[in-house]
Design a protein. Structure first.
Length: 365
């Protein structure tokens, strides 16, 4: 399946992952839901196997001659770095495209007269990159426009439609699939058996309106592992309703539970994991910048401190990073023994290494 032999446990686990592209289409990963529950869990198992066999994989370079093209329309530290490392560990080349200097201004609308600012159409841009690389990855944040449009992740879907090779969402308006895979691996690392263990995903204050991508993906990850998932947030900070429905569906399928509360104390009681994130409101007065700022002033007690972890079973703390110290979470938590944020960030490498093996392993360079 690949250019060099794989360690047996890696090869066996890789073979368990089904192709999810319909009618022979590429295996795009735009939400993280595409593989289905069993496919997602198999990818997590593959990430663990990759980590265990990392040195043998580095020697065998199973993806030598293959190219991953990464495009970041918005800032990144962990996602870009971990994808570079994942490529290096497998022998693949990383084509680093900087939209400000590597790409022309793109037009995404079909049948348009291109006599304005846009200098290239997505059809040609994506199509050309699909001839150069075996997989594309891109990050494009929402622009705070109409949520009903942005939730469809139009930039990601346009590249997926025209590239002709797999496209990976490296964070968009609706989801962060690579983070979700790494989170699932981290939950298992910290707890062992995850079924029935309590994951509290809590809103935390932040001066700016954060994204909903990580909350959605992390909630789906916990629900896929059969955890008792509790989403806690102040009133007015609801996540996407369809994303929440997906969480409930995954919890039901995996034997877990999924509930939402505005009672922070109730949520934290008995927690095994406390995962904090900051996001802005979709609608209502809190959706504006000024409304968000006003709301945060009265919600500073949602910051995570050591006392919050003690309300559980000496719960572990998680955050996708970057994080604002002493705004989202205290120094004492981040620097304390219950912080899992660095392990969580490291697991991005293993999750993405596993993903690349699946997406690029069967593609001729």
């Amino acid at each position: 399946m690949t250019s060099s032999p794989l360690p047996p446990t890696v090869a066996e686990t890789l073979a368990e992952i089904p192709s999810w592209g319909a009618d022979g289409a590429s295996d795009h990963l735009l939400t993280g839901l595409e593989p289905g529950l069993n496919g997602f869990l198999a990818l997590v198992r593959l990430a663990a196997a990759v980590r265990e066999n990392q040195h043998e994989l580095a020697r065998s370079r199973p993806l030598a001659g293959r190219v991953f093209a990464g495009m970041f329309f918005d800032p990144s530290l962990r996602t870009r770095s971990s994808m570079l490392v994942a490529c290096a560990k497998l022998g693949a080349e990383y084509l680093d495209l900087q939209p400000d200097s590597s790409l022309w201004t793109l037009e995404f609308t079909d049948e348009v007269v291109m006599d304005g600012v846009a200098q290239e159409h997505i059809r040609e841009a994506a199509g050309v990159l699909g001839r150069y690389a075996q997989t594309l990855g891109l990050r494009a944040f929402p622009t705070r426009g109409q949520w009903e449009r942005e939730r469809t992740q139009p930039v990601h879907r346009a590249f997926a439609e025209h590239a002709g090779v797999p496209v990976v969402n490296l964070e968009g308006p609706m989801a962060h699939p690579c983070q979700g895979l790494a989170d699932a691996l981290t939950f298992q690392d910290l707890l062992g058996e995850t079924a029935g263990r309590k994951l509290v995903f809590t809103w935390a204050p932040h001066p700016h309106q954060g994204l909903m991508a990580v909350p959605h993906s992390a909630l789906w990850a916990g629900s896929s592992l059969g955890m008792d998932v509790v989403l806690a947030h102040p009133e007015g900070f609801d996540l996407d309703s369809e994303a929440l429905d997906e969480g409930r569906s995954l919890a039901s399928a995996s034997g877990g539970t999924f509930r939402i509360t505005h009672d922070r104390d109730d949520a934290l009681a008995g927690a095994d994991l406390v995962y904090a994130s900051s996001w802005g409101a979709i609608s209502g007065p809190e959706a504006s910048r000024s409304g968000h700022a006003d709301a945060v002033k009265s919600l500073r007690d949602w910051k995570v401190d050591t006392a919050d972890l003690s309300r559980g079973k000496e719960a572990f703390f998680l955050h996708c990073l970057p994080v604002r110290r002493n705004v989202v979470v205290s120094d004492a938590v981040l620097d304390g023994p219950q912080s899992g944020v660095l392990d969580q960030a490291e697991n991005r490498v293993w999750a993405q290494t596993a993903l690349l093996l699946h997406l690029m392993g069967g593609v001729a360079p």
